[in-house]
Design a protein around this ligand. Structure first.
Ligand SMILES: [Zn+2]
Length: 389
């Protein structure tokens, strides 16, 4: 033991002497360097004192959130009759049960509620003048939907009363809505939803209202598409939020590719600052594409999300889907960069009992599923197809 202690002591002392020696060797050398090659800083001590401290690189903070969206929810009599559970009572939750695990995965999920939920007391009705039960809204809320877009060609079907009932119900269940409003004041209140430090704003417009005139004194009852107005409101929303999500109810029914007007409007909105553009109305899926800005920034546009839940059948009308888009926000000092990325899609199919199914799960629909995948990736080969919740 004693021997070990002595050795340890010797090792420590040797190391200490070595360190001191090295320091001794270094110091005169440094001094020598300074003396023979004085740096400009050393020469002028005053300058050194007044010079500002080196600027610290601001910390970079990155956050991420995903947005999910579904297309048209059109409650035909065929659909509400199946959902009926008693006199003026309905349950639409089973219809959404298979897609609920997917919808819940979005940080923010939005749906296009095409038919107004004016409630059964007003009398439910089907095409051409729809009025849907409140329970449709309850089922969407239960499935994880956070906001509904309600500027559609069926918004005015049953008049102001149905709209006000619907807005009351959305408010009562804590569901945000955009595109149709109670008043000018309600309309000017931009809808915002925040997730992971990323502020999303939501705007919604329709091409028309099936010939039913919008009351001149109440333009807030439904937002109509007007390129200049959309641009102004997108620009305003961009100043108040990180990400502008624009819903456009437009295009030709049953056409599987967007028309020139859709492309024009999407480009105008993108140039005004829209980050994500969600289209609907054609009742069939139209593919997504990127609109690239001159500075390289990209806007995601999907021209039509098809029918998510409706009584329409065949010729692609029973196919819809859930689109998922990621948003990355990078903040460095005063600078903020928003990037829309990671597009993904889940094709869905409505069966004859009006249950919505993820298409990948349907063994007898694989050919159809593959065709839809090809259709939806034709302008965006990198789009991912969701095959698990
Ligand atoms: Zn429509």
């Amino acid at each position: 033991m004693k021997k070990v202690s002595i050795i340890s002591f010797f090792v420590v002392i040797t190391s200490l002497i070595f360190v001191l020696f090295i320091n001794d060797q270094m110091l005169p050398n440094s001094e020598f360097t300074n003396e023979t090659q004085p740096s400009p800083k050393a020469e002028n001590n005053q300058t050194e004192k007044t010079e500002p401290p080196p600027i610290k690189e601001p910390k970079e903070v990155t956050t991420y959130a995903s947005l999910m969206a579904v297309g048209d929810i059109l409650i035909h009599a065929r659909v509400y009759n199946v959902a009926a559970i008693g006199s003026q009572q309905y349950d639409f939750k089973p219809m959404l049960e298979n897609v609920k695990p997917f919808l819940e995965k979005g940080d923010i999920t939005i749906a296009n509620q095409e038919t107004m939920i004016g409630g059964s007391a007003l009398g439910v009705s089907t095409y051409p003048r729809f009025n849907s039960p409140y329970e449709v809204g309850n089922a969407l809320k239960d499935a994880g939907v956070d906001l509904v877009t309600i500027a559609n060609n069926h918004t005015l079907d049953r008049g102001e009363k149905a709209i006000m009932n619907a807005l009351d119900h959305w408010d009562s269940i804590g569901m945000a809505y955009t595109g149709s409003y109670r008043s000018e004041e309600d309309r000017s209140d931009l809808r915002l939803l925040e997730k992971n430090g990323i502020e999303f704003s939501f705007l919604s417009y329709t091409y028309g209202t099936n010939g039913i005139p919008v009351p001149e004194s109440k333009p807030y009852l439904v937002n109509l598409i007007d390129a200049d107005q959309i641009k102004t409101e997108v620009e305003k929303a961009k100043k108040l939020s990180d990400v502008v999500v624009l819903s456009l109810h437009f295009g030709n029914e049953y056409e599987r590719l967007p028309n020139e007007q859709q492309k024009f409007l999407a480009n105008e909105a993108a140039s005004a600052g829209a980050d994500i553009i969600i289209g609907h109305h054609p009742h069939v899926l139209q593919p997504p594409e990127w609109i690239t800005w001159p500075d390289g920034k990209k806007t995601f546009v999907i021209y039509s999300l098809g029918n998510f839940l409706s009584g329409q059948r065949g010729n692609y009308k029973d196919i819809g889907g859930i689109v998922k888009i990621g948003v990355q926000k990078v903040v460095k000092g005063e600078q903020e960069t928003i990037t829309v990325q990671d597009p993904a899609f889940l094709p869905t199919w409505v069966d004859r009992s009006y249950l919505i199914h993820p298409m990948y799960q349907l063994k007898d629909k694989q050919n159809h599923y593959n065709e839809i995948k090809q259709h939806m990736s034709q302008w965006m080969p990198e789009i991912e197809f969701i095959e698990s919740p």
